[in-house]
Ligand binder design. Structure first.
Ligand code: PHE
Ligand code: NA
Length: 452
């Protein structure tokens, strides 16, 4: 049906998938999780999860996208019909579309914060700031619904413009421009952090194995993070996989994505901790690490405003190349199913996510306490959305693994994997038994008594 819709080059899928994978999860979440859960011990567990659970499911998602050559919702319908399996598997498509919109709604709000800090860096507002002034600044941002809405709108509208122009003129062109730029900025910041910060303390911290600090929560966070960081369970990879060349190797491509994503998370962590330690700040500031500790570190260092600006450009570019991959699967479905024009389809998806995002905006101010939402759900909208994604992402990943492992015939997988070898056997072992067991374990994270 949409077979002429293929990426222009063989390598474009890798570029797009890395663009999707590398995002706030690498630059913001990974470093603060490492800081909170015992440094190298957390990284070790995380690597095990990436290899035994994340990468096999990544292969499965690409495989389902490429063999159906359709958007996730239409693709899952096509595959279940082809195989005469239960229509229940179609839920994978619907669930992933639901999660994509949900995650996009709050991902856009948080990415918007980086716009605020970029503006502050560029105008020199953050020069000579202190820990208290930065804490006040962050609090002032969160308590202003107008500012948050402004940044949320700018960010999501920018992403919509890219997707609306189509996969070749929009996505490919943007990614080919942005991704090399991001790599250059990351290397520059790493180099800078190495010369003005404390790199040996950062390396020591990230490689120290404090297994006693790694609680059950730490294990579950590592599992959840391995999922989120590879963009799984939201149809993003499946949608991009539908445009992938039939000749590329699934295994090599998936391993490259996982490797690059992990490498960038570790490099970003090293740079951030070198700056934070160099300024004499603690590594366990949690979510405030990027928005309070880091600006403080930049403000104390030579050329801090310039490098700080570059850093937030990096954050924004990485976040935008992830956000577009959340719009694409749902927009592509509207185009296929209802034959809508792409700009209209994109507009609809983004409007829905934008509206939902307002609930996240208000969770930090207007609806903070005693709102109707609070009374109904017992917590803020942002928290409810996040916790919902902690359930729907792994659920979707679990179903994907089960479908690819048990509903697809071995011949089908062999054809897509271009191989009969040990790799295929290893992958089938992981996708049928190991990954489902591991993912089932992630659900523990959603239980209230595990938290904290
Ligand atoms: N992988 C992205 C990150 O690490 C987040 C993301 C999730 C992007 C799902 C797209 C889809 O930040
Ligand atoms: Na990531």
């Amino acid at each position: 049906m949409s077979t002429d819709n293929v990426w222009t080059h063989k390598g474009t899928f890798l570029l797009a998938a890395v663009g999707s994978a590398v995002g706030l999860g690498n630059l913001w979440r990974f470093p603060y999780l490492v800081g909170e859960h015992g440094g190298g011990a957390f990284i070790a567990v995380y690597l095990i999860c990436i290899l035994t659970i994340g990468t096999p499911i990544l292969i499965a998602e690409i495989l389902l996208g490429r063999s159906s050559r359709r958007s996730p919702i239409m693709g899952m319908r096509f595959l279940t019909r082809c195989h005469g399996t239960s229509r229940g598997w179609e839920s994978i498509g619907w669930l992933s579309a639901f999660s994509a919109i949900l995650v996009l709604s709050f991902y856009s709000v948080i990415s918007g914060w980086a716009l605020h800090y970029l503006a502050e860096m560029l105008t020199g507002t953050l020069r000579n700031s202190t820990s208290t002034s930065l804490q006040r600044d962050f609090a002032a941002l969160l308590t202003s619904p107008a500012l948050l809405t402004l940044y949320h709108t700018l960010f999501i509208a920018g992403c919509a413009l890219i997707v609306a122009r189509g996969i070749h003129r929009g996505l490919e062109n943007a990614l080919r421009l942005v991704m090399p730029l991001l790599l250059v900025i990351l290397l520059l910041i790493l180099f800078y952090a190495n010369s003005v910060g404390d790199m040996s303390a950062a390396a020591q911290f990230m490689l120290s194995f404090n297994f006693d600090q790694l609680s059950l929560t730490g294990w579950l966070e590592a599992l959840g993070q391995s999922f989120f960081t590879l963009s799984l369970g939201m149809g993003a990879i499946m949608a991009y996989g539908a445009y992938m060349s039939s000749e590329s190797s699934l295994t090599v491509t998936a391993l490259s994505i996982a490797l690059i994503d992990t490498l960038i998370a570790i490099l970003a962590g090293l740079a951030i901790f070198a700056l934070v330690f160099g300024a004499g700040l603690p590594p366990d500031a949690g979510p405030g690490l990027m928005f309070i500790s880091l600006p403080l570190a930049f403000s104390a260092m030579p050329y801090g405003a310039l490098l700080g600006s570059l850093f937030f450009v990096l954050v924004l570019g990485a976040a935008a190349s992830s956000a577009v991959s959340l719009i694409e699967p749902v927009a592509a479905w509207l185009v296929e199913r209802f034959e809508l024009a792409r700009p209209l389809a994109t507009g609809l998806v983004v409007t829905l996510a934008w509206l939902l995002g307002l609930a996240t905006v208000f969770s930090f101010n207007l609806w903070k306490t005693d709102s109707l939402f609070h009374q109904w759900f017992g917590s803020s909208a942002f928290h409810v959305f996040e916790m919902t994604s902690h359930v729907t992402l792994p659920l979707c990943g679990l179903l994907t693994a089960l479908f690819a492992g048990w509903a697809l015939t071995p011949t089908e997988s062999t054809r897509e994997m271009h191989t009969h070898s040990h790799w295929l056997r290893l992958w089938r072992l992981l996708i049928r038994f190991v990954a489902p067991t591991g993912v089932a374990f992630v659900f523990l994270r959603a239980l209230p008594w595990i938290e904290g």
